[in-house]
Design a protein around this ligand. Structure first.
Ligand SMILES: N[C@@H](CCC(=O)N[C@@H](CS)C(=O)NCC(=O)O)C(=O)O
Length: 282
């Protein structure tokens, strides 16, 4: 449901645009990119996931799922990144980020749903291949997080992540294979056109660009998707990519991830190419 009634009723009094987000979060990246493409000014509230700021009662009164992002437009609260960017494009239509004809718009909305669905795989893969060194939690910290956070799905995920050195292989295989299939579909979509829906960038491109960026950080063999790589070059050339995505990454983070990924491959044989469809292709 795109618009929700805030538990924290003070949100209703807020004027202007307000975003609760996190620098690295792919869902936050979508919203920041849309705001940048539209040239809209917004108030920033950064939520640190490693510091569990999304587990506070105050934040869960803003987003009842305890996830980022959350967005308020003059008292109207929305959660769910794909709903937020769709709302933004409808409410602030210039420049348009959707195609003019209805059939293409349906295709765009399907690509938004697919990006939303792909979130679970992106999350699993990011936590496995990038975020393990982030901030290991001891048992007590995991229990504290579980006691404070209302989102049972997230709590179970964190318990499983922190409870072992690696997620079960079958989960990683399936997530890698589904992501590879998604990327091949996107690759096909941009084989004969610059953007996913045609000659102009739309919300569909914005919804997917954080995923390709994230997998790039993971040393995913993106060269498998030749057209998608060219599309990604076009994405990178947009000022919004630098401003709304790269500039929100902590300095030196890409390099830190790169050395972690290669070190783990060389010392433990754990690398994304050892799983699912990527392993079969090797
Ligand atoms: N479907 C939601 C997913 C939101 C979501 O999963 N947010 C992630 C960051 S991208 C989060 O808050 N994760 C908290 C955590 O990993 O502990 C959306 O698109 O906004």
């Amino acid at each position: 449901m795109p618009i929700i009634e805030p538990k924290d009723t003070s949100l209703k009094d807020l004027k202007g645009l307000h975003l609760w987000h996190s620098g690295l979060s792919s869902c936050s990246q979508r919203v920041r990119i849309t705001l940048a493409e539209k040239g809209l000014a917004w108030e920033s509230y950064e939520i640190s996931i490693p510091d569990n700021e999304h587990a506070t009662p105050e934040y869960q009164a803003i987003n009842p799922k305890g996830l980022v992002p959350a967005f308020v437009d003059n008292g109207t609260l929305l959660i769910e990144s794909c709903d937020i960017i769709d709302y933004l494009d409808q409410k602030y239509p210039e420049p348009p980020l959707r195609p003019a004809n209805a059939a293409s718009e349906t295709t765009m909305l399907e690509l938004l749903s697919a990006a939303d669905k792909a979130q679970a795989d992106l999350k699993l893969l990011s936590h496995e291949f990038l975020f393990r060194p982030r901030k290991p939690m001891n048992e007590l910290e995991v229990e504290e997080f579980a006691a404070r956070h209302n989102n049972r799905g997230l709590v179970d995920f964190v318990k499983e992540w922190q409870g072992g050195d690696i997620f079960p292989k079958e989960k990683l295989d399936a997530a890698v294979t589904r992501t590879d299939e998604d990327f091949f579909k996107l690759d096909k979509a941009v084989a004969k056109q610059n953007w996913l829906i045609g000659s102009e960038m739309t919300l569909a491109d914005i919804a997917w660009m954080p995923n390709v960026h994230r997998m790039m950080l993971m040393d995913w063999p993106l060269e498998r998707y030749e057209n998608l790589c060219q599309w990604f070059e076009r994405v990178k050339a947009r000022p919004s990519y630098q401003q709304a995505l790269v500039d929100w990454q902590p300095p030196g983070l890409a390099e830190k991830f790169a050395s972690y990924v290669i070190d783990r491959r060389d010392t433990a044989g754990v690398h994304v190419t050892a799983f699912g469809a990527l392993a079969k292709a090797a």
